[in-house]
Ligand binder design. Structure first.
Ligand SMILES: [Zn+2]
Ligand SMILES: [Zn+2]
Length: 378
């Protein structure tokens, strides 16, 4: 039996009260499993520690619907009646809303199972906030036969009732780097007897600023920020080692790959000419969330009846849905969830969701899942 929007709001409030951190979504997973089994939906044997994959319908084509389920290490300050009961942990990114939307859609699709022309796989993904969940889901192999995938994120800056989509980049590709530099320590008075790490680090930081301004097309958006450097500890000793760290972001998968390559090459060349050793550390971060043009057209068309559909402005934040899109054509949309001029942003301790947004998020999954099945059937 399908849920009413009031029932979905109640489920979301329950989940909101019981948030769990990335990779530790044990009770959340058990809760979802029970709800899905109550609905008669097959939960697949994925081997995932947390999160789960379920299935409705049969045969090809196979399309996937994805929602994330993890919360953040934030002390909630909303004072809502359903505020987090797990102090220091909060659904401040609205993943309580995402997973409840997918549960609501699952119930509706289960009712239509006889009419489905293929299989719909439901992904309740763990660990989005640490960019590890999508890779874990892909590693199960249960997405190998999936031809198209759909997901969304709530956006507090947009009013409930609005849906924003764009063909191409929706969210930035993110690289997180740390570069360690090692020279030879010496007395400040005799730099000639050492290899100066301070000069090496600052020269690298300066030269890297040429990367965006001199190698990226003026028609592309990209940013490189070096946010932290640490070298030396006193006035009269040239230190042996130091490091700097920061991030590179862009909206074009090729630009992002090229930037990383040139970044490494600039540093290696400088290291060679300055006589220092370098070591690179790259964080686990998502590539560009890049919507498939053909599927975006299908989703755009089939969302008209359910929402006020607008063209999305890409976000400089990253999203691990991008890992699916490297392997499977997909569409990621933004669902309006507040819209007040002073609405607190995602990851804010006052962030709230307008439950009216279910009226877009649930049919977004239901209508577009069926539209994609028909699209791939041809
Ligand atoms: Zn988040
Ligand atoms: Zn999120």
């Amino acid at each position: 039996m399908a849920y009413s929007y009031e029932e979905l709001a109640e489920i979301r409030h329950y989940l909101h009260q019981h948030p769990e951190l990335s990779g530790q979504e044990y009770q959340t997973t058990a809760f979802l499993r029970e709800k899905l089994e109550d609905l008669g939906i097959r939960v697949l044997d994925s081997g995932l520690k947390t999160g789960l994959i379920a299935e409705i319908g049969e045969g090809r084509p196979v399309v996937a619907l994805r929602a994330d389920i993890d919360a953040l290490p934030i002390l909630e300050q909303t004072n809502l009646p359903y505020q987090s009961q797990n102090p220091g942990v909060m659904h401040a990114c609205g993943h309580d809303f995402h997973q409840t939307s997918l549960l609501g859609a699952a119930a509706l699709l289960k009712e239509k199972e006889d009419q489905l022309e293929g299989t719909i796989r439901l992904i309740f993904q763990p660990a989005e906030e640490i960019s590890e969940g999508a890779s874990a889901v892909l590693a199960t192999g249960l997405l190998d036969d999936v031809e198209g995938i759909i997901g969304f994120h709530n956006i507090p800056q947009l009013k409930a009732g609005k849906l924003a989509i764009n063909s191409g980049a929706m969210m930035a590709g993110v690289e997180k780097f740390k570069v360690s530099v090692t020279g030879v320590s010496s007395h400040a008075a005799r730099p000639d007897l050492g290899v100066d790490t301070v000069t090496a680090v600052t020269t690298m930081v300066q030269n890297l600023q040429l990367l965006i301004s001199r190698t990226v097309s003026p028609f592309e958006a990209a940013v490189l920020s070096i946010t932290h450097l640490d070298v030396g500890s006193t006035w009269n000793v040239l230190p042996k080692s130091g490091y700097f760290e920061g991030t590179i972001r862009s909206f074009n998968p090729k630009v992002q790959r090229d930037l990383k390559e040139r970044f490494i090459s600039i540093i290696n060349h400088l290291a060679e000419s300055l006589g220092v050793d370098v070591d690179f550390e790259w964080g686990v971060t998502p590539p560009v969330t890049y919507n498939d043009a053909a599927l975006t057209k299908v989703v755009w068309e089939h969302s008209q009846g359910i929402a006020d559909v607008i063209v999305a402005e890409p976000s400089t934040a990253g999203e691990d849905f991008a890992f699916y899109q490297e392997r499977i054509p997909g569409v990621f949309a933004f669902v309006g969830s507040n819209g007040a001029p002073d609405a607190p942003d995602l990851h804010h301790d006052h962030m709230t969701i307008d439950d009216a947004a279910f009226e877009v998020s649930v049919p977004y999954y239901v209508e577009n899942a069926q539209a994609l099945l028909r699209y791939f059937k041809k």
